[in-house]
Write a protein that binds this ligand. Structure first.
Ligand SMILES: C[S@@+](CC[C@H](N)C(=O)[O-])C[C@H]1O[C@@H](n2cnc3c(N)ncnc32)[C@H](O)[C@@H]1O
Length: 266
């Protein structure tokens, strides 16, 4: 069971998206429980203020310590990890999603408190004292952390055993083996003159797997050279002459100044 408490000024931005489709069904099945809390519920003044001016001056407002500390102290349990959504954090990826889902995929429980910032962010003392992990969903600035939290919850919860109908669907996807997924087709076999590649109609599963690997590598090389280079360096055996003939792979071209991958070890 994965339990996530989200602290935000906009709880509806959490509950709406996460009640739909696969996430909604995972919650109904008891695999994940997401509770969105209004951070203002931990304020004590009549304006329910969660922000204040920057010390030393400067533009914008910052989220105050008091309501955040009180909320986390009330919600936190022994094994809870507190995650702050911030553009200054570690960049979220499939690897991080797998790390966060790991206790549950091992049959244990996990509890996360996700703290969503607003305005200019949160007081540094929150980060220093309460936060276990700072996470960014990419190098751009959102107005607040709620959408970023939804991204993280969705990516983690779909990895839980039973969340997806077909367990293989999260294994064969982009990033699971360091590559992007290969092109895929459905019926009809010919649409407006565009044909499904003949290999998919051949019934030859080995040839299909080879086609998919070849196109997966080519798509990664074209769209994500960073991933391609890392994958190529880790898989020199795919570029050895005998393998190249068999799988017809694109040859690896290091960038100027970059070392070519080491020769195969066999
Ligand atoms: C306007 S942003 C604050 C940006 C901050 N002043 C800075 O320059 O790093 C307000 C809040 O949105 C959330 N946020 C914005 N962009 C994000 C991103 N790329 N990843 C995760 N959270 C983000 C964070 O919770 C952040 O505290």
């Amino acid at each position: 069971m994965l339990r996530i408490d989200v602290l935000t000024l906009f709880p509806e931005m959490i509950t709406g998206p996460l009640s739909q489709s696969i996430m909604g069904r995972a919650a109904e099945a008891g695999l994940v429980e997401v509770r969105a809390h209004q951070l203002r519920d931990w304020t004590h003044d009549k304006y329910r203020r969660t922000d204040d001016y920057l010390c030393g001056g400067g533009q914008g407002m910052l989220m105050k310590c008091e309501p955040i500390f009180e909320a986390v102290e009330e919600l936190r349990q022994e094994h809870t990890k507190v995650i702050l959504m911030t553009p200054q954090g570690r960049v979220f990826s499939q690897r991080v999603a797998e790390e966060l889902a790991a206790p549950c995929t091992a049959g244990e429980e996990a509890h996360y408190i996700i703290l969503c910032g607003h305005y200019e962010g949160v007081d540094q003392r929150v980060i220093d004292t309460l936060v276990d992990m700072e996470l960014s969903i990419g190098d751009y600035i959102l107005t607040n952390g709620a959408i970023a939290a939804v991204v993280v919850v969705d990516a983690v919860a779909r990895l839980l055993p039973g969340a997806l109908g077909d367990a293989r669907s999260s294994v064969d996807e982009s990033f699971s083996n360091g590559l992007l997924e290969a092109p895929a087709y459905t019926k009809p076999n010919v649409f407006r003159g565009m044909e499904v590649p003949a290999v998919f109609l051949s019934g030859n599963h080995k040839a299909m797997e080879e086609w998919k690997l070849e196109h997966s590598i080519e798509r990664t090389r074209k769209n994500r050279p960073d991933l391609y280079e890392a994958w190529a360096a880790a898989h020199p055996e795919y570029f050895a002459p005998k393998k190249r003939k068999k799988t017809r792979l694109t040859s690896y071209k290091p960038r100027p100044g970059q070392e070519p991958p080491p020769p195969p070890q066999n």
